[in-house]
Structures are given as C-alpha cells and as structure tokens.
Design a protein around this ligand. Structure first.
Ligand code: OOG
Ligand code: MG
Length: 264
C-alpha cells in the first residue's frame, strides 16, 4: 500500500512533467501501482491544479473504442478529469510549446442537467443529458514515447490536456451509427462511427457514472462528459488545422500555431 507521501511524490512528478512539457519514464518502471493507487495519484495531480485555481468541469472516458485500445495497448475503460483550464475555444489556436507530444481525436461530448449515481440505467442516463456536441480531445501523455500501462495512464489523468467543444445541440433520439471524422488541413485522416464507442456512446455515459461514483466523485449537473474517441488519435503538427465532425450533431475545430521562427 502506498502512503500519502508516496502518492504525492508521484503526483508531483507528473504535474511537473505537465507544466514543463518534458516527458518522464512511466511510473510502472519503478513502482508497482494498483488501480486504486493510480486513481489516488490522479486525484493528487488534479488537487495540484485546483490549488492553482482550476476547477473540475467534468470527466473524460478513455479506451471505449477498439481503435483506441489497439493504438495504446490498454483494454480497460478508465476516466480522467477535465478542468476549465483545459478548455480550448472552438476555432481558437493553440501553441505546441505547452505540450510534449499532443494528439487530437474525434469525440462526442455530453452536457449533464442532473447528477448521476453509480447504478444509473441507460434510460436514466439519457434523461440526464442536457445536450450533446461534437468534440476534439487533445491528449498528451506525460510519459516518454507516449507509452504506458493501465495504471500509468490512470495516474496521468488519462492523458488529459485539452478539449474543444462544438455548439451544444439537443440529443438525437439515436446516438448510434453517427459518422465521426477527424480532418487535418482539409484531409480526412480518421473515419469512424459513434457505434464504435462501447456499441453506443450512451453506454460510455453509464460507465462514466459508475467509475466516477466509485472513485468518490459522482457526475454532477452541469458537468461535461467526453465519451472517448471513436478512432485512433493523430499527432498534432505546427501550422495545422484540425477539425472533427459528428454527422447529425455538428463540427468543431482548432488551429495549431505555426512554429515561431527563431531570430537570425
Ligand atoms: C488517452 C486516453 C484514452 C480515449 O478517448 O480513448 C482516451 C491516450 O490515448 O493516452 O482519451
Ligand atoms: Mg479521448
């Protein structure tokens, strides 16, 4: 069992890596971390963000599609926490300088009008949806070469660094079979379907309610839930224009600043 000091030390290493945008070796290289301990480390990294004035605005689900499981070699659903500081306005520009090796992935976002208990049914989860939006998640592992174990990535807040939301819209009767595309510089790079998210993105919301409540932070009214990417993620490169579209729901996008040209 890890004590609070050990948890805090590992959280600090991850938080520093995030602030400095310099990767560290995976925790699992030197420590045997359980899933419970990994979520405690995650909580401690988020506590450091809260101490800097950030606010939790929701959660993100990870590894809810086969494409993501295969890309990252992690086969269990996890969650990470989203803060207000991670939000990137639709259409805004970001700088790569703040990140290590960021990637973008197409997602679907839920806005909740009600809190959700651990044992919520699919019908109750649907009832709790205020609206939905096309989203892009920006993930950036704090680990070298973007390589990690299940507990490593949980501790690292599920690689959360940014999210971009398209306009909120009423939840359609069916969330199945919606085509999801990630486009870079006008070129479609990833193509998937909302059905690839646990068979139905609504199931991801149900899973989110369960995991978050089990971790002692039940989903709240007003929170955002990212359902998890339907496809693999794409590396972000300087000067590119990244867009995602969820058919029937909407579009969202952002730009990556061109690299600053060093003075001669
Ligand atoms: C991020 C964790 C998974 C998703 O949508 O499945 C995730 C990562 O790939 O490092 O965000
Ligand atoms: Mg994601």
């Amino acid at each position: 069992m890890m004590n609070t000091d050990q948890i805090d030390t590992l959280a600090q290493a991850l938080d520093d890596a995030s602030i400095r945008a310099v990767a560290i070796p995976p925790l699992s290289k030197h420590h045997a971390v359980t899933i419970d301990e990994a979520y405690r480390i995650q909580q401690a990294t988020v506590a450091r963000r809260l101490a800097r004035g950030e606010r939790v605005v929701g959660i993100k689900m990870g590894f809810t599609s086969r494409a993501k499981m295969a890309q990252m070699g992690v086969h269990e659903q996890i969650f990470g926490q989203l803060t207000d500081a991670m939000r990137v306005d639709n259409g805004a520009s970001i700088s790569l300088a703040h990140f290590i090796h960021p990637r973008g992935e197409p997602e679907l976002a839920f806005l909740l009008k009600r809190s959700l208990p651990a044992d919520v049914t699919e019908d109750e989860a649907r009832e709790a949806i205020q609206s939905v939006a096309a989203a892009i998640e920006i993930v950036d592992s704090r680990y070298e070469a973007f390589k990690f174990s299940l507990t490593d990535v949980i501790a690292d807040n599920a690689s959360a660094v940014g999210f971009v939301l398209g306009p909120w819209t009423a939840c359609p009767a069916q969330l199945l079979g919606l085509e999801m595309t990630l486009t870079i510089d006008g070129e479609p790079r990833q193509l998937g379907s909302s059905s690839e998210i646990l068979g139905d993105p609504l199931r991801s919301l149900v899973a989110a309610a369960r995991l978050a409540a089990q971790a002692g932070m039940p989903l709240q009214a007003g929170w955002i839930v990212l359902a998890g990417a339907a496809t693999s993620a794409e590396a972000l490169t300087a000067g590119s224009c990244v867009d995602a579209r969820v058919k029937g729901i909407g579009s969202v996008g952002f730009r990556v600043h061109a690299e600053a040209i060093p003075a001669a």
